[in-house]
Design a binder for this molecule. Structure first.
Ligand code: SF4
Ligand code: SF4
Length: 393
């Protein structure tokens, strides 16, 4: 998403096949199969481009099980943009009608309902019903003029088990007396799952829709709690849709850290959280966006917390397994990787894992349940709301 590769055959030919990337690829680690690793994915993409192979089931399995975690890009000595190449391969396969069925179902839902779950758009703020106070705030603030716009995203909007994420941010902003708005039923899917499936055409329409909806309300800053939505607004609408949003785009962790820096968010006299807490770097915030310090600063500003780092962290962070649209193609892979992250959290005695992406939250939480680990999963917005006394523990 960072930069377009104009000539992707050239980009692929930069690969000298040293296999350094294979040594850290989490999908190759699990499946032990060259085509489910970066080097193999690049070779298959090149073969397709040169007309030597046609997309087939093996290739679909290879290209669509990449988590887009960007670890291979970070480690490659030849500067090969592996994830960009894999995304180009998916685009080509999508255009040839060879995207996996799960991806196509998601695209159909998006086309028909403007969200990935094929739900009624009227239910976009259904999550707010879990908390009477928040429900009133959301009702008052949907589609109102404000300088701050909150983009909730499909996962936070429709997956009841993730509702604590939008509830926590809304309650925090209301508590701090901030003037903000939400789009309600005018919020559509940002386009990230569609892009990961290989689709490109609809991105312009999605960009125009969201930019005009926020512009009409006078929004100057858009906050996203989902790392995927955040990157779409920040990069994709311009890179693929050709429209640069005329407002600032921030992830909730940046937004809250800025409030902390400016003394608007006071945590030192709030609730103590007497737990061992760690931060899991979402790939889309960490390696893709280099946002490492703000969440750690926020967590460590909460009284009582004993902060510990996970074994693989920052640029070396293990992907949780929930990224890249992989769960629809190989759900078992996501769980195996989640269990590894949970094991790492157990090894440092963590009682709470905090993250900043609903996909990480959901996948790691599934791993916690499966491992029957005595660990709580929380979003950064949730732990801040708890420190402010806005969420019951
Ligand atoms: S590390 Fe880079 S050069 Fe080496 S095999 Fe992987 S992509 Fe190719
Ligand atoms: S982005 Fe991650 S999952 Fe995909 S090939 Fe690279 S290291 Fe493997």
């Amino acid at each position: 998403m960072h930069e377009k590769i104009e000539n992707w055959a050239q980009a692929m030919l930069k690969c000298v096949r040293c296999a350094k990337c294979n040594s850290i690829c989490p999908t190759l680690e699990e499946r032990g199969w060259e085509v489910i690793g970066p080097r193999g994915r690049i070779r298959m993409a090149l073969g397709m481009l040169q007309g030597k192979i046609s997309p087939n089931e093996l290739m679909t399995q290879g290209e669509y099980t990449c988590l887009i975690c960007n670890h291979c890009v970070d480690i490659c000595p030849s500067g090969v943009e592996c994830t960009e190449i894999i995304l180009h391969a998916r685009e080509e396969m999508f255009n040839r009608g060879c995207a996996p069925e799960s991806s196509m179902m998601l695209v159909e839902a998006l086309e028909e309902s403007h969200n990935i779950f094929d739900m009624e758009q009227d239910d976009r703020t259904i999550w707010s019903m879990m908390d009477a106070d928040a429900e009133e705030v959301v009702e008052d603030r949907t589609n109102t003029d404000a300088k701050i716009g909150y983009f909730v995203g499909c996962l936070g909007s429709f997956m009841g088990r993730l509702s604590q994420i939008p509830l926590s941010l809304v309650k925090t902003m209301d508590h701090l007396g901030l003037d903000f708005t939400l789009l309600g039923e005018d919020e559509w899917c940002c386009g990230s799952p569609y892009y990961l499936a290989g689709g490109r055409e609809m991105i312009k329409e999605l960009a125009e829709h969201h930019i005009s909806a926020f512009n009409n309300l006078g929004v100057e800053k858009v906050i996203a709690t989902c790392a995927g939505c955040y990157r779409v607004f920040k990069h994709l609408y311009e890179d693929v849709g050709g429209i640069k949003p005329p407002f600032e785009v921030v992830h909730a962790n940046e937004f809250l850290a800025d409030l902390l820096d400016r003394g608007k968010l006071q945590l030192n006299n709030g609730n103590s959280i007497n737990k061992v807490v760690t931060w899991h770097d979402p790939c889309e915030l960490g390696r893709h966006e280099l946002q490492y310090d703000n969440p750690r600063k926020l967590i460590q500003a909460i009284p009582g917390i004993v902060y510990k780092e996970l074994p693989d962290t920052r640029k070396d962070a293990r992907c949780c397994g929930g990224g890249g649209g992989v769960k629809g193609v190989d759900a078992g892979l996501g769980m195996e990787l989640a269990l590894k992250r949970v094991e790492q959290a157990k090894s440092i005695g963590a009682e709470v894992i905090v993250s900043g992406c609903p996909a990480c939250y959901d996948n790691i939480n599934e791993g916690i349940k499966k491992a029957e680990a005595n660990i709580k999963m929380m979003d950064i917005t949730e732990i801040i709301a708890e420190a402010l006394g806005l969420n019951e523990e």
